[in-house]
Design a protein around this ligand. Structure first.
Ligand SMILES: NC(=O)c1ccc[n+]([C@@H]2O[C@H](COP(=O)([O-])OP(=O)(O)OC[C@H]3O[C@@H](n4cnc5c(N)ncnc54)[C@H](OP(=O)(O)O)[C@@H]3O)[C@@H](O)[C@H]2O)c1
Length: 240
């Protein structure tokens, strides 16, 4: 595990599932971690639980990434408290699935605003502070759905395909400022995403901790090396 003592990390959507596992892993590696999501009570509970693990300092900030002002505030509160920002993990995401002619405009917008606009707004707010601090990491949690379209996935696929384009363009914008931008693209992960249950029969799926491990692996690379895209999948999904 890398030693992230003194590093300051924001994880969006970090009260549950993959985001929470990433926040826990960063905290266990010694980082100061900012946890955030829309539900205030979950943010407080998660921040308290992480603080009790006893490593770096933990800050909880309520943030709906669909609101640009919330993204600005998330980054501003982080820099006020810790004086710097080293790692931003854009993890907050939702998925509503329906054929294109049954997808409501509201659900379309909510997915694009959360999964794509949110990552842009948080990165836009974070990059100047990373530049000032001499560099950093922006890690976007994409999906294999950002490469493989499927029926019913019009909004989710569009948001995750878009996130790959955003990642690659930001990588080129920021590389000479020593900011490395990457996308991690998991297949099925055992979380409550889409109202699923976390259940023992889902042990074949990737676990949230597997994705967290990929985040720690990325930030452990020396400054000359940049792993820009990570595809992850369950090694033995049920045979069809
Ligand atoms: N699970 C999978 O199979 C899978 C596979 C590939 C990729 N992914 C991606 O991984 C990421 C995390 O998914 P997950 O499975 O861990 O989902 P999850 O268990 O449903 O957790 C989602 C987290 O995001 C927060 N969130 C949702 N909307 C938000 C918003 N507008 N602003 C801020 N926070 C928000 C939720 O808290 P609140 O509701 O309180 O805001 C929660 O903390 C997503 O980007 C997803 O697309 C998931």
């Amino acid at each position: 595990m890398p030693d992230l003592s003194g590093q300051v990390c924001i994880v969006t959507g970090s009260t549950k599932g993959i985001g929470r596992a990433i926040a826990e892993a960063l905290a266990d590696a010694g980082a100061h971690v900012v946890v955030s999501a829309r539900t205030e009570r979950d943010v407080s509970e998660t921040a308290g639980a992480l603080a009790r693990r006893g490593f770096g300092s933990i800050l909880g900030v309520r943030c709906d990434v669909r609101r640009p002002a919330d993204c600005d505030r998330l980054v501003a509160r982080t820099v006020e408290r810790f004086g710097r920002l080293d790692v931003l993990v854009n993890n907050a995401g939702v998925g509503y699935f329906a054929p294109v002619d049954e997808m409501s405009v509201e659900d379309w917008k909510s997915q694009i605003e959360t999964n794509l606009d949110g990552a842009f707004c948080c990165a836009r707010a974070a990059a100047p502070h990373m530049k000032r601090g001499g560099g950093g990491w922006i890690i976007n949690i994409g999906s294999l759905a950002g490469r493989n379209a499927f029926a019913g996935g019009c909004a989710y696929n569009a948001s995750k395909f878009g996130l790959i384009g955003l990642t690659e363009a930001m990588m080129l914008d920021l590389r000479y400022d020593n900011i490395r931008v990457s996308v991690i693209m998991p297949g099925s992960v055992n979380t409550e995403f889409r109202g699923r249950e976390v259940a023992p029969e889902n042990a074949w799926m990737l676990q949230p901790e597997d994705v967290a491990r990929a985040v720690l692996d990325l930030v452990a690379y020396p400054a000359n090396a940049h792993v820009s895209r990570v595809e992850m999948r369950p090694s033995q999904p049920p045979r069809k």
